[in-house]
Design a protein around this ligand. Structure first.
Ligand code: C5P
Length: 236
């Protein structure tokens, strides 16, 4: 689906980073009038395996399964096969060549997104690991490679989205975590480092934004969603 045709209720993907499936179901029930796309990550998947995934899909919503596969090619291939044909819309893998090739060879009906560089990873972390490239260059390099090898898209911060969108074209799906309300830009107050607002991410070319704590820990999640959706409309 083209970027501009993505329905408003699928622009935000809510990250269900909670301990129990019942808590995840509560969040979905509370937010489903406004949001029809949910992310199941490691914590919730460990707690409920496919139970919550199937429940969300059966309710008519879309699911991003964010398990960030990273293993030898054969194991990645077999893991992707386990996810096929369950109604999952997006699944994530790490963005290096053998992993991408293996995952693409096994992909069924879902879109595969390659994680470029985690949004909690900043320039100083790159230096500490002895890497001389900028985060922006590394993200771009990995995104280009992911696309060439048959991935449908990438997970990256909104800071790198603009260059990827203009140089890699409309076909690439860009899904952006590290979203914080305007007041937090500059310092998220948590582990996220490469942060932008929902509107900035969409303006820079993202198809979807992933939002966890700003919604799931809010006193009034619907209010936060409505503000973010307004921001997205203004930026589209
Ligand atoms: O709570 P918050 O909005 O920071 O949640 C962001 C979500 O996106 C988390 O579930 C995290 O695992 C995920 N994510 C990320 N950075 C990536 C890929 C996924 O923050 N590069």
């Amino acid at each position: 689906m083209g970027r501009s045709r993505t329905p408003l209720n699928e622009r935000i993907i809510i990250a269900l980073d909670v301990e129990h499936p019942e808590q995840a179901k509560e969040v979905v029930k509370k937010c489903e009038s406004h949001v029809g796309f949910y992310k199941v990550g490691l914590q919730l998947f460990m707690a409920s395996w496919f139970e919550t995934v199937d429940w969300i899909v059966d309710r008519g919503h879309r699911v991003m399964l964010d398990l960030k596969f990273f293993d030898i090619p054969e194991t990645v291939k077999l893991a992707v096969e386990q996810v096929n044909n369950r109604g999952v819309s997006f699944a994530t893998i790490h963005g290096n060549d053998p992993i991408i090739r293996a995952a693409v060879s096994a992909r069924g009906d879902m879109k595969l997104l390659a994680v470029t560089v985690l949004t909690s990873f900043g320039e100083e972390d790159m230096r500490a690991m002895g890497m001389t490239q900028s985060v922006k260059d590394l993200v771009f390099f990995r995104a280009k490679r992911a696309l060439e090898l048959g991935c449908d898209g990438v997970v990256s911060s909104g800071l790198e989205a603009e260059k990827m969108r203009s140089e890699l074209g409309e076909k690439l799906l860009i899904v952006t975590p590290g979203i914080r309300p305007g007041a937090n830009i500059g310092d998220s107050g948590d582990d996220q480092k490469r942060i932008v607002t929902a509107g900035m991410a969409i303006k820079n070319g993202a198809n979807h934004v992933v939002v966890g704590r700003p919604i799931t820990r809010a006193k009034d999640p619907i209010k936060v969603i409505e503000l973010m959706q307004q921001d997205i409309i203004s930026a589209s």
